[in-house]
Structure formats: structure tokens, C-alpha cells
Design a protein around this ligand. Structure first.
Ligand SMILES: *Cc1c(COP(=O)(O)O)cnc(C)c1O
Length: 390
């Protein structure tokens, strides 16, 4: 790495095998709607332990298809967290649904299950937990609430491919169908594996799988058994059964995804090595709060988020500026969604509505964490931050 290159908070890793997989598809003649897309979806489903995986054009499309597949629309309410990327709640708004935010747990930084029941009304259709930072939401607790009130669950696992948690002595990977009706992931370059742009919806439910597949391609069906003999004579025959979308992913992206998925174990292992080194070096700095990991959780560590405690010497802004001046590109995840202008203006949200999320936002900074970050660079990050705090 060039010494003056900017060090980002996250970065994809592409090797020659990935490139070859893409080139092979480009030479094959079928670059979209081919076998690689179906293979990628199934490989992902097998990996997380879901029955079906529908690969789509991006994570936001995956969320939108999930909301549409559950027939969530005008008048329906969906409960989610404000500590997420805005695509989570936007997907409900696309279909005319209404968002009810619930504050986060200050340790996990995910939706606080204890606050959910208060927000449930006769219009509530679904809960959308987010596995923020790759740390699984408390899915078993959320599932219990959903069962009690007959609600659906869409797990936004855009950041948590490869993360797992234990419940009742059994290990579950994020995206599995045991605790959700639908779950999604994203393959944007900062996520755990990448296809450039890409996403997937997981489900164990055959009807939902078929509906997702239909909605991914405009709601159009060409299967022969749909038509009577007379209309089947013309092989051009198709019908549109639902108002769908074009959310297809290409075969060369899917081939890249299959190649990336084979490396997910190494990616995850390297992230944890870096996290352990950071934790070891930062644990005695009184001003910093290290990222939390629950006892029953094995996180993929999508982000390394430090929090700066109230102190006399520096705040989060000072640390951010220091890193920026020293050729880093740190980031802040996230400005709580309810404080974004659109949400304030459209729905009247204001500061103070979700104090735990807002308090966390004021303190947090994401520092470099990605598999290709070398030992030398990891030490440099540590030395620079120690220089700053001392
Ligand atoms: C990245 C992300 C999305 C959106 O995924 P895209 O593939 O970028 O559309 C949605 N939710 C969360 C929590 C994300 O991190």
C-alpha cells in the first residue's frame, strides 16, 4: 500500500479467482437470467441454513421485495430500529406502509425487544430487526413477540452474513428461517462479501419463495401450466400476475458472489483477529467504550465501532478529525434515521424521540476493519489512536 493512500473504514477484497469467475460468465453467452443466479441464491441459503435464497440486484431491493411479498401496504405499520441505514425503513414507505421506530438496547445497539410490545397496535403487520454492525438482533425474543401478536418478521441482515447466535443450545446463522419469515443480506462492497451491487432474500416458506421470484421479474409468469391449450400454441405466451419489479442480478455478479462466498470463513477469521488486537490495545483507555459482543453471539464484525465517553480531554469529533488529518477515512454509523430531514418533515420526528440511539450516535466512530488490512496497517491504526489519546 502506498504510504499516502487513504485508509478507509471498510473495503472489499477481490482476487484473481473472483476475476476469472466473472470473465468465464462474460464469455459464456448468458450474462443474465441464467443458472449462476439460481446457484448463488441456493449456495447462500445452504450457507445460512435457510430453504430458499432469491438473489436480487441489491439489498434495498431485497428489503422492498420482502415488504411487497408480505402484502404490507397502506395503513399497515412496521416496527424497526432508528439505528440503521435508511434503506431499512424506506422499504416500508415504498409500499405505502407506516414506520414505528423502537429505541435500541445500549449494549447490543440493536432494537430493544423489551420496548417493542408498547408500539404494537391493531395495524402492526411486521417487525424488522436489523443486525447492526453484524451483531445479531435478539431474534429468539423478537420471534416470541411476533408469535404472541401474530406478526411477521423481516430480518435486515445486510451486515450480518456469517454471524451466528446460540438459542437453546443450537447455533443459528443470521438469515436462517427459524426466527424470521424473510431475511435479507447485501453484497455492496463494504459488506461481508461483494458482488458490486447485490442482495438476497432468504425464506423457508415455499409460497413466499415463489412470490419473491415472481416479483423479482415484473410479476411475469411464463410457466406452461398456466395456460390452456389454445393460448399455449404460441410459445411467446406469458402473463403478468402481480405488479412486480426488475430486481434481477446479473450472472456475472452471481458468479463473483459464488467465488466470494467460498472465502467467507477466512474473511470472518481475519476480521476477528483484527478486532482482538484492537480490543487488547484499547481496553485500558478509560475514554473509550469497545464494541460489545453478546455471550451467545459469534459476530462477523461488519464494523469496529468505538464510543467516546464524556471526558474533559476529547470527544468523538476530535478523534474523527485527528484520523481524517492523518489519512484515514473513518465513518459514523449511523445518523439515526428519524433525524434525517425527510423523516422529520414527513412524520414529525424530532431529537429526543429515541434517546438511546441518539446518545450512541453522538459518541460513535467506525475505524478501519476489513480482511485485507495487514498486520502493519493494524499496528499503525493502534499507534495513531494511542498517540491521539495520550
Ligand atoms: C447496506 C445496507 C442496506 C442496503 O443494502 P444495499 O445493497 O446497499 O442496497 C440495508 N440495510 C442495512 C442495515 C445496510 O447496512
Amino acid at each position: 500500500m502506498k504510504t499516502n493512500a487513504i485508509i478507509p473504514y471498510g473495503l472489499h477484497e477481490i482476487d484473481e479467482g473472483d476475476i476469472q469467475a466473472v470473465v468465464d460468465i462474460l464469455r459464456s453467452g448468458t450474462i443474465t437470467q441464467g443458472q449462476a443466479v439460481e446457484d448463488f441464491g441456493q449456495a447462500l441459503a445452504d450457507y445460512v441454513g435457510a430453504k430458499y435464497g432469491v438473489a436480487v440486484s441489491n439489498g434495498t431491493a431485497a428489503l422492498h421485495l420482502s415488504v411487497a411479498a408480505l402484502n404490507i401496504g397502506s395503513g399497515d405499520e412496521v416496527i424497526t430500529t432508528p439505528m440503521t441505514f435508511c434503506a431499512t425503513s424506506n422499504s416500508v414507505l415504498y409500499q405505502g406502509g407506516k414506520i414505528k421506530f423502537v429505541d435500541i438496547d445500549e449494549k447490543t445497539l440493536n432494537i430493544d425487544p423489551q420496548l417493542i410490545e408498547d408500539k404494537i397496535t391493531s395495524k402492526t403487520k411486521a417487525i424488522m430487526p436489523v443486525d447492526f454492525r453484524g451483531h445479531p438482533a435478539n431474534m429468539p425474543a423478537i420471534k416470541a413477540i411476533a408469535n404472541k401478536y401474530n406478526l411477521k418478521i423481516i430480518e435486515d441482515g445486510a451486515q450480518s452474513l456469517g454471524s451466528s447466535y446460540c438459542d437453546g443450545g443450537k447455533e443459528y446463522f443470521c438469515g436462517n428461517g427459524a426466527h424470521s419469515d424473510l431475511a435479507i443480506s447485501s453484497f455492496h462492497p463494504v459488506k461481508h462479501i461483494t458482488t458490486g451491487e447485490g442482495g438476497v432474500v432468504f425464506t423457508d416458506n415455499r409460497d413466499l419463495y415463489e412470490k419473491l421470484s415472481l416479483l423479482r421479474k415484473h410479476g411475469i409468469d411464463r410457466s406452461e401450466n398456466m395456460f390452456d391449450e389454445a393460448s399455449r400454441k404460441g410459445s411467446w405466451i406469458y402473463d403478468m400476475l402481480e405488479l412486480g419489479f426488475n430486481y434481477r442480478i446479473t450472472d456475472f455478479q452471481a458468479a463473483l458472489g459464488i467465488s466470494q462466498l467460498a472465502k467467507i470463513g477466512r474473511f470472518k477469521k481475519r476480521r476477528r483477529e483484527i478486532v482482538n488486537f484492537y480490543n487488547e490495545n484499547f481496553k485500558n483507555i478509560a475514554e473509550l467504550i469497545l464494541p460489545y459482543e453478546g455471550e451467545n453471539v459469534d459476530s462477523n464484525f461488519h464494523l469496529y465501532t468505538l464510543q467516546v465517553r464524556d471526558n474533559q480531554r476529547f470527544d468523538r469529533y476530535d478523534l474523527f478529525s485527528f484520523l481524517q488529518k492523518n489519512n484515514y477515512a473513518p465513518m459514523v454509523h449511523y445518523i439515526p434515521v428519524h433525524l434525517l430531514s425527510y423523516y422529520r418533515q414527513a412524520f414529525g420526528f424530532k431529537p429526543g424521540d429515541f434517546p438511546v440511539a441518539e446518545n450512541y450516535y453522538e459518541r460513535t466512530i467506525s475505524i478501519p476493519l476489513y480482511p485485507s488490512l495487514s498486520d502493519v496497517m493494524v499496528e499503525k491504526v493502534v499507534n495513531d489512536i494511542l498517540k491521539f489519546v495520550n
